[in-house]
Design a protein around this ligand. Sequence first.
Ligand SMILES: Nc1nc2c(ncn2[C@@H]2O[C@H](COP(=O)(O)OP(=O)(O)OP(=O)(O)O)[C@@H](O)[C@H]2O)c(=O)[nH]1
Ligand SMILES: [Mg+2]
Length: 461
Amino acid sequence: MNAGDTICAVATPPGEGGIGIIRLSGEKSIDIASAVFVGSGGRTVRDYKTHTLHHGELRAPDTGERIDEVLVAVMKAPRSYTCEDVVEFHCHGGPLVLRLGLEVLIRSGARLAEPGEFTKRAFLNGRLDLAQAEAVIDLIQARSQTGLRVALEQLRGALSDELGRIREGLTRLLVEIEAGIDFSDEGITFISPKALAAGVGKVAERVDRLIRTAEDGRIVREGVTVALVGRPNVGKSSLLNALARADRAIVTPIPGTTRDVLEEFVNVRGIPVRLQDTAGLREAQDVVEREGVRRTHDALARAELVLAVLDGSAPLDPEDRRTLELLQEKSAVLVVNKADLPPRVEPADLKGFVEPRRIVWTSATTGAGLDELRDAIRDTVLRQGLEPSEGVLITHLRHRSALERAKTSLDQALVSIQQHMAAECIAADLRVAINAIGEIIGETTTDDILDRIFKEFCIGK
Ligand SMILES: Nc1nc2c(ncn2[C@@H]2O[C@H](COP(=O)(O)OP(=O)(O)OP(=O)(O)O)[C@@H](O)[C@H]2O)c(=O)[nH]1
Ligand SMILES: [Mg+2]
């Protein structure tokens, strides 16, 4: 990749559409666009003011062949996505039109952009830091409103600001330690060990607070797998359909209806959930059902949360108890279904199992209790209890491991202070922490890491 090149790519998704956008960015954007575009009244892109939109034709400069009737948007440096001169052609959204348009730009001196290269330039030119650039992919890939909100906050710089404050705090402490080292011969200390320990401790606590959001952050970005488990006929498939608001799974009064593990993607209170319906757990009647039950056990083992379903209109039976026993070690919510029928399950029967878990009475038939079930899923899955106003959340493993490295060094520094170690040792620990934080925002990041991050982008972004 050569940063001096002018790059181009189709920025809209492949396939047919109302419009398709070709994006051009770099030093020669205006020249290249002027060569391929003839505006109404014979004007060229060179004549246009920045941040204006114009009608005209896209033409091959060598043959004069007309390619499309387009709108052209001009955004001159530095007020553009990449901080370079950017020209966008809003073409008709046909695959052939866009390919021909791209070819003409390439023949006129542009080069095809690599995945994420526009955003990489925005980063290299200082418009976005690395955490903000990563938020761009998160935003595009967001599968729930919560995920979208967190990505927007990160793009706005909420995480970067917090990391900036942490780095600033550490840098200030480092300066004082280093000043003390410089003047140590004269017996002058600039900061007392007590004040230093307090300062480092405060920063370590801030880092720790961020690390604690990482589990919720992962769930918001990647989602969780939740399995419906229980004996046959309790209404697992009915609950899947009700939660998915779709007639997805077969429901019949015959016990043993579901054989395969069936999966549906559901948005539960802003959390992306892979909801799995499974075969009822019992002594299998035939070879197909036996395989189904085996798969249920697999799904149960893999699920991050289990919805253990009982039939509230029937007394608890040994199969129910066996199911509940399987959940000893699992994060689970107990769902007592068929609450529209006269109850036969006594809350007292469930006492041993429930605490500290939640119990929810539902009716898949009437929809009663489903909202409460959604709340229970969210509350059980998220540790910190996300509030809509809460912005900063660690959503990337890369960020989490950098923060953990920073935390380890800060803890190390605290031990060194306590043991009256040389100021140089403490300074070294702080420097490691500062660098680790810097990796997240891209101030101290290797080319390798950059390449890996931007490869995840689509072409044209
Ligand atoms: N009254 C009432 N009936 C329900 C409710 N939920 C499910 N049913 C009925 O219970 C029967 C079994 O429902 P399913 O959803 O197929 O049960 P399942 O747990 O998936 O059963 P298997 O796939 O056999 O393990 C069907 O006749 C449903 O209509 C409910 O909340 N109230
Ligand atoms: Mg079923």
